[in-house]
Design a protein around this ligand. Structure first.
Ligand code: EPU
Length: 441
């Protein structure tokens, strides 16, 4: 296998796309299932490589995680027999450090390596480690081995206020606190809908978790048990990718949207551009091309703001819009790895300096005043895109390059297909069913 996509672009994508289950819900619910004493069945789990890697990881610590049908996974945590997570598989997925929770619950001490995942900035876990310590876990990092050693020092509980919210950090503190005798309050928690889904899954299984805006209160319970199979929700990131594809390819794509609130900031931004959005029924939206697409600048933000995962898709859409667009990334460093490749296809896109009043609080990563950041780009459109040979760097940048080559006339080659397969299920099949032309080689 070449690990590449060949795209013959320039065709309008038309039809209906069925979204898969959300990657960023699947990963955390599979790990949460290890906290149960009995078997858990999860439905609508996407067959993507991040999920498959996580299942390898679970097997490597003695757990059971198996697809028993196309999108149904069974997980059993009671057979986990080691408190040390291996480096090989965990280095590939960011969510691997959530394994602190089931391992500490079972063994009271564990060894977990520094997390992997898409290389979008330094991605430190300092706030998360602080939070663990505050709730009663002693954590030390051994820089020679790259492993964290964590030990439960007291009943897990207490209050922790995140200095800046973190999505996976919030997940981990919930998972650490959900079983036990303590009471935990997480303040300034992240409020992404994927976290609400984790809370819902745990609560229907006996947990006592309440969220009031950005405060989450967890009353530890002795046991979690799944009364029936739990079905995870649809992937809002995939929804945005296909919506952009429908509009930018000058086509029309109908999508069953998870719930309009979860992508509201995207829909609001689309409205400003004059793109076609038609409500076909309470949860089905049609995204279609309307001539005269206008530029609209965005700043990424935690939910309910414009999500960081969508900005690479937005950049491609804006290459087809009339006027100047500024995209300012506040959540991650290095989330513009697609810029040079977009230029290669003929887009007018450049880094620009957009000053922030108080960068320390404006940016959600660890801001260092001595470092030079490239956090904003300017796009001038519309520009017709042409074919090219490109390389994916991370999942969402990869999706944006595919969108760009699907709207560009001619044959393009995109290296790094496996990066896209980390998070998009049956991507080529779905695109080709809409009249696109993409194959994996
Ligand atoms: N951060 C720190 N210290 C910490 C924790 C986070 O500096 O202790 C920084 C991060 O480096 C980042 C910012 O804070 O700059 C926000 O990080 P957060 O922890 O909120 O993000 P994450 O949990 O690493 C998850 C998703 C991302 C999604 C973001 C935002 C998963 C597995 N990943 O990342 O999804 O973009 O939340 O919602 O759920 C993707 O799917 O492609 C993806 C990157």
């Amino acid at each position: 296998m070449e690990d590449a996509f060949i795209v013959n672009g320039g065709k309008p994508l038309v039809g209906t796309v069925r979204l898969s289950g959300a990657k960023n819900v699947a990963l955390k619910t599979i790990i949460a299932a290890l906290l149960f004493d009995e078997k858990v069945t999860l439905q609508n789990i996407p067959r993507i490589s991040d999920v498959i890697e996580l299942m390898h990881l679970i097997k490597s610590i003695g757990g059971h995680a198996e697809f028993i049908d196309t999108n149904i996974v069974e997980i059993t945590g009671s057979s986990v027999n080691t408190n040390k997570v291996e480096l090989l598989h965990s280095s590939k997925i960011r969510a691997s450090f959530l394994l602190f929770a089931p391992l500490l619950n079972r063994f009271k001490e564990c060894y977990v390596p520094n997390p992997g995942g898409c290389r979008i900035g330094a991605r430190p876990i300092d706030r998360i480690i602080d939070g663990m310590r505050q709730l009663g876990v002693d954590v030390e990092y051994d820089s020679t081995s790259g492993y964290y050693n964590a030990r439960v020092a007291k009943d897990i509980g207490g209050t922790y206020t995140f200095p800046k919210p973190t999505h996976t950090g919030t997940d981990l503190l919930i998972l650490l606190s959900v079983r036990g005798n303590g009471m935990t309050t997480i303040e300034n928690a992240a409020v992404e809908p994927e976290i609400d889904e984790l809370i819902e899954f745990l609560n229907v299984s006996g947990a006592q978790i309440r969220r009031n805006n950005s405060t989450i209160i967890i009353e530890g319970v002795q046991k979690l048990s799944a009364k029936s199979a739990y079905t995870i929700g649809l992937d809002r990131n995939e929804a945005v990718t296909f919506a952009v594809l429908g509009i930018a390819s000058q086509g029309s794509v109908e999508i069953e949207i998870p719930d309009a609130w979860s992508i509201k900031s995207f829909l609001d931004a689309l409205e400003k551009t004059g793109a076609g959005v038609e409500k076909k029924s309470s949860n089905i939206l049609r995204f279609y091309y309307r001539p005269g697409l206008k530029s609209y600048s965005i700043e990424t933000a935690p939910h309910p703001g414009f999500m960081t995962d969508w900005q690479p898709n937005w950049a491609v859409l804006m290459t087809q819009a009339q006027g100047e667009t500024i995209i300012h990334e506040r959540i991650f460093e290095n989330r513009f790895a697609y810029v040079n490749d977009l230029k290669r296809l003929g887009a007018s896109v450049d880094f620009v300096s957009v000053p922030a009043d108080n960068p320390e609080s404006f940016y959600h990563f660890q801001y260092d005043e001595n470092k030079h950041y490239l956090q904003a780009i300017k796009i001038i459109g519309p520009t017709p895109l042409h074919n090219g040979v490109l390389t994916m760097s991370d999942l969402r940048a990869g999706a944006s390059l595919i969108i760009a080559t699907l709207i560009a006339k001619g044959e393009s080659v995109i290296q790094g297909a496996s990066i896209l397969e980390r998070g998009y299920e049956n991507f080529c099949e779905k695109v080709n069913a809409l009249g696109g032309d993409i194959i994996k080689v």
